[in-house]
Design a protein around this ligand. Sequence first.
Ligand code: R5P
Length: 292
Amino acid sequence: MADLDDIRDGKDFGLGQAAENDGFYLKGSNNLDWGMKDRLSRIFRPETGRTVMLAFDHGFIMGPTSGLERIDLNIVPIAQYADCLMGARGVIRSSIPPTLKKPVCLRADAGSSILTELNHNVIIDIEDAVRINASAVAVMVGIGDEATEAKTVANLYRAADTGNKYGVPVMGVTAVGKQMARDSKYFGLASRICAENGAHIVKTYFCDGFEKVTASCPVPIVIAGGKKLPEMEALELCYKAIDQGAAGVDMGRNVFQSDAPAAMIQAVSGVVHDGLKPEQAFELYNTLKSQK
Ligand code: R5P
């Protein structure tokens, strides 16, 4: 019970001043609940509406791939430069210090390895994502893959249901089968299907005509970096994706397999958040690299 002595009547009601009623800054997210928006605000910087996610979930399918042999040595030292960390729960729990206080996009499906067929994943329990205090969960969808399309779309659908229940955004990850054309028609289709089935964020790949992919997807798109490229090319990729409507990157190999991962992620961030042109970002990369 509050102390009842000295109860003062309110006197400043801001009469004549309209209540703030701004829309939420992220595409397609204005009608989401408060917890969703709070979590999305941790991932996408409110000042820019964009994000640099550092993806290191590769081991959940590939094992100790190059650049991810030791999460404590490869990822933890550069995590400070990321807006969000994307990983699988075992690695988050075992190797990422909670004291980093970085939002986590939790890989929330499992069941595949490079030794067998990919994409036969099932989703993991949303409660574990809540225990980890995940700011989002990521679920892979195999559009166009006869064996797994229906199951993985259902995974995404269920993840969105439980995500909505607990206020945890879901990122639909468009997996590209070897037989799929990597063009705007395919990525536009896959991204839109993710959003239509409830994804709050979509992760896909850059391609020619990418502006059609982002324009026709009603929620924010982040791009995966894909296979390792020379740094300048990777920065050009980021620049073109942002220029054509991406809300950020979810980049792995082009950061952690770089000669200078800390320099590279800061250069990527310069493109995503500070409007650096690829040449400027590459100069920043070289400067930071020479200082290490
Ligand atoms: C995709 O499903 C993987 O889990 C990676 O998170 C994603 O491909 C991003 O990593 P990279 O930039 O290495 O492609």
